[in-house]
Design a protein around this ligand. Sequence first.
Ligand SMILES: [Zn+2]
Length: 475
Amino acid sequence: MTLRLHNTLTGTKDVFEPLEAGRVRMYTCGPTVWNFAHVGNLRAFLFYDLVRRHLRVSGYRVTHVMNLTDIDDRILDQAMHAGTTIADFVQPYAAAFFEDMDSLRFERAEHYPRATEHIPEMVDMISTLIEQDNAYVADGDVYFRITSFPKYGALSHLDRAGLKAGARVATDKYDKESVSDFALWKKAHPEDEKLGAAWDAPFGRGRPGWHIECSAMSKRYLGDTLDIHAGGVDLMFPHHENEIAQSEAANHKTFARVWLHSEFLSDATGEKMSKSAGGFTTLRNLVAAGHDPLAIRFFLIANAHYRARVRLSNEALHAAGEQVRRLREFADRVRRTAPAQRDDAQLAEKTEQVRTGYREALDDDLNLPQGMGLVFDLVREANTALDAERMGPQNKAVLEALLDEVDAHLDVLRADEPGLAEEVERLIAEREDARKARDFARADQIREDLKRRGIALEDSKDGVRWRRLIEGARS
Ligand SMILES: [Zn+2]
């Protein structure tokens, strides 16, 4: 089977092949650590997680770099208001980012470089651009000269007709209406010194603009040419155009061979959710409102294809929680059920079909929602077979293999707290002993204690089973 990915550069789903056989170099734009991560950004970050997991499932060795932007216009602003340095200001938000990543079960990237720790690399690249006349100094700032890079705008299909030579924009974020020479370096102001946000450079003391960090840090960790560069669609212009211009002008090589962009998360009105628009929702808000991080993870990666907009709502998160619960219960049931003597031919055929279909869906531009549709069909059929005690030993082995394959992407089946399963099993055994000794008060107490911790017990013909209650059911 062949992996196809939708490349924004070509506008088509192309067969993916890395430059070096068996190894993928991937760069993904990370968070600006000026606040808690917004769920809109988390959708993009979870998309990166899906990409890297599928590449690994497909047999590639992945070197994944995700930057932490710890200096930009907003951070300077906020640190100034807080009366602290930028380093002190971002510290708790950088820590919170990794906590959020962990609770959403992101696989760690190989490198998380921080902008302020790579100033020399940025200064080098800016010096090269100045020497080559791709950049110039104006009033102590350094700007990239976009007329010097004829491909500027190719990624976002920008109409270059309106480009005015020499027009400049100093802000890190701007729209297509203000396409202009953009800042690589900003002259140090007295307040920047107090914030710990000024560095020496041959072209004057100052601080880097936002865009140069990705060009400089990707080169440092992955070389001149990346196999994959991914980001949210909101970064395509100007950020990714600027990255391409800086890197290709400086290195004279293709910067990224494949560009992947994930769509917005929208709010109830269908608008893009964003901090600046006031629709501020963090992972922490959602968890505090009773949503399980696993349900949030499932919703963000499996409910809609990454190139489709998806609307965040309580109902959608509850539905995702229910799907996670069904899948976990099914996996649990398969694991605990002793197989019948003979295999069921129909179940065997269906499971193989779904296994193939699931892999094909993932290889088709990471279509996890389509793959999950197939899996849930199978769950229905297999539950019927289990009710009728028709699951044979081979059936069981293949179902378990499929669930492992699915969980390589989802990572929701083995997501219990460490030691929880053992502890619950011990309490179930203790409850059984209490019942045998006719100490029903003790048995009931164990059941109630577990329920308070979000664990439900069910007596079945296969013995006592337990499952995690998902949000709201813990009263
Ligand atoms: Zn970037």
